[in-house]
Design a protein around this ligand. Structure first.
Ligand SMILES: Nc1ncnc2c1ncn2[C@@H]1O[C@H](COP(=O)(O)OP(=O)(O)OP(=O)(O)O)[C@@H](O)[C@H]1O
Length: 229
């Protein structure tokens, strides 16, 4: 599904170029659950911004299914993003003065869906993430873990091809963190492809593939072995 070939990325600093990503070759198939780990500043966010069609300025080749991403114009790139990716962030990024249901339904509203259909679909995904009946609640009255569930509901509401989660458990305690990872695992078992950046080795070990980044290069890329329980 995702095929990166010799991807490099530099930022201009004064008169110099600072290279953040070096010759990244990476394939991710539909249905995978991948963790990306690496020290601060190693290039993880830069990489997932390219994978998630947020950043179009890179060198090298990116093909997504049959689409040559590196050849798309700005509008086509944005369209691909809206149709294909759901994003989840450390700090949830919910609109605090809108209801849970309005937050989750926003991508459908942008996509032009009818209001009645939106409400039905939103209630469906809220049930799927373990928050049935919470349409009219306000995010500020929910716990951190519940707010992250709302953000996950919003990310899957349009049935994207894959999810990009940037430190989704970074703001949560270890128990809540485990519950959120269990939800990602469940979504993945039902076919959702998940690419997750994390600093937490315990969290990374719950996925099926662990990619370590160091100084903008892939240092290791291994299948995660799970103990039989
Ligand atoms: N817009 C930018 N302009 C210039 N340099 C940038 C920009 N964005 C990121 N960088 C630099 O690129 C390098 C990699 O940043 P990136 O955010 O990808 O790292 P990261 O691994 O995600 O780090 P963290 O774990 O702290 O989020 C850093 O040295 C950062 O300072």
């Amino acid at each position: 599904m995702i095929n990166l070939s010799a991807i490099s990325k530099s930022y201009r600093q004064g008169n110099d170029d600072y290279q953040v990503l070096h010759d990244i070759n990476l394939r991710i198939q539909a249905g995978e659950f991948v963790a990306i780990m690496g020290p601060s500043g190693s290039g993880k966010s830069t990489l997932i911004n390219i994978i998630g069609f947020l950043d179009q300025h890179f060198d090298g080749g990116y093909t997504f299914n049959d689409v040559v991403v590196s050849e798309l114009n700005r509008k086509q790139h944005a369209q691909l993003r809206n149709q294909s990716v759901g994003f989840i962030f450390q700090n949830f990024k919910l609109i605090t003065n809108q209801s849970v249901g309005e937050n989750v339904g926003l991508p459908l509203l942008y996509a032009g869906m009818k209001r009645r259909d939106i409400v039905a679909r939103v209630n469906e995904v809220l049930a799927q993430v373990g928050l049935p009946g919470s349409y009219h609640k306000l995010p500020k009255n929910l716990s951190g873990g519940q707010q992250q569930r709302v953000a996950i509901a919003r990310s899957i509401v349009t049935k994207p091809k894959f999810l990009v989660a940037d430190e989704p458990t970074g703001a949560l305690d270890s128990v809540t963190s485990a519950e959120i990872i269990a939800l990602f695992k469940e979504l993945n078992h039902h076919g959702t492809t998940v690419i997750m950046v994390t600093h937490d080795e315990h969290v990374a070990r719950e996925t099926n593939r662990l990619i370590k980044i160091l100084d903008g290069r892939i240092q290791s890329d291994e299948e995660v072995q799970h103990a039989n329980t």
